[in-house]
Ligand binder design. Structure first.
Ligand code: F6P
Length: 318
């Protein structure tokens, strides 16, 4: 029977809501929770903090993670993994909950499959690129944060009649770029999942320009191109002035939306229940509008997303 849980987090909006749900669900079932500080590095170094119900009050609305986070190079090595295992044994941790994206979930799979540690994952990444998962924690807030920034850029683009190229995050996945472009009423979007033709984009800009359309916003997914390169090429090909904006890490922060708070509450709670029920090497995730258990081995495989229908809609509406 799992009595003491460890919890590791990455950082994005909704993770604190999930952490609160983990702690409060666990304590309601007489299990203790140890928060692991700075991700897998904290597991290696034995940096832990007991979390009771009060320790997670007032955090449901906070972005980031109260546990701090880090990318751990050491956990990628056998030596690092063995040290992590020693911490788990020393602190008598019966099971782990890992809240994060592909890197974190890959680490979770290693602990479960290679070392037999009971582990349940919670997919949380603004990239929304966890395989078989419809909606990762943090993705909805990131779309809304980027959209808010984009609306402000549009004010200037419209007032000054300018072309803007806006770069959004997402690593190798175009999810964030596609959603922001469609919801923001943008003229075009350059995605990792699709080929793009700069000449075609420029011809459209010139044709629009000839009919009096003077402001333009093109979204670029960071996994496909750099905003600066696209903007320079547009100026070269059209002779028109361009400006760029790289939204960067503002997209990973911010107050979680209601969708992310609700998802955090449900997934955090479901993760504890799954672990206490003896499940391991799986993640709890939203799929087909239900909370399901997905094997981590499947979840960490590359996700294939198809954006053609949404892209076609964007071109019709723009
Ligand atoms: O995976 C989340 C993410 O924010 C990506 O969208 C981005 O490419 C990357 O992390 C940035 O990583 P870092 O914070 O280490 O610069």
């Amino acid at each position: 029977m799992v009595k003491r849980l460890g919890v590791i987090t990455r950082d994005c909006a909704g993770i604190n809501a999930a952490l609160r749900a983990v702690v409060r669900t666990a304590t309601s079932k007489q299990a203790e929770v140890l928060g692991i500080i700075r991700g897998y590095d904290g597991l290696i170094d034995g940096e832990l903090r007991p979390l009771d119900r009060r320790a997670v009050s007032g955090i449901i609305n906070l972005g980031g993670t109260i546990l701090k986070s880090a990318r751990s190079e050491r956990f990628l090595t056998e030596e690092g993994q063995r040290q992590a295992l020693l911490t788990i044994e020393r602190h008598k941790i019966d099971g782990l909950i890992v809240i994060g994206g592909n890197g974190s979930l890959t680490g979770a799979h290693v602990l479960a499959a290679k070392y037999g540690v009971p582990v349940i994952g919670v997919p949380a990444t603004i990239d929304n690129d966890v395989n078989q998962v419809d909606q990762c924690l943090g993705a909805d807030t990131a779309v809304n944060v980027a959209l808010d920034a984009l609306d402000k850029i549009r004010d200037t683009a419209t007032s000054l009649e300018r072309i803007f190229v806006v770069e959004v995050m997402g690593r190798d996945c175009g999810y964030l770029a596609m959603k922001v472009a469609l919801a923001g009423g943008c003229e075009d979007v350059i995605l990792p999942e699709q080929d793009f033709d700069l000449n075609e984009i420029c011809q459209e800009i010139q044709a629009g320009n000839a009919q009096g359309k003077v402001s333009w916003i093109v979204i670029v997914a960071e996994g496909k191109a750099r905003a600066q390169d696209v903007a320079t090429a547009i100026t070269l090909l059209t002779g028109l002035e361009t400006r760029i904006a790289v939204l960067g890490h503002i997209q990973r922060g911010g107050r979680p939306t209601a969708i992310d708070r609700l998802l955090g509450a449900k997934l955090g709670s479901a993760a504890v229940e799954a672990l206490l029920a003896g499940e391991t090497d799986k993640c709890v995730a939203l799929k087909d509008e239900q909370i399901k258990l997905i094997p981590l081995e499947t979840a960490i495989k590359p996700k294939k997303l198809i954006f053609e229908p949404e892209y076609r809609l964007l071109k019709i509406l723009s």
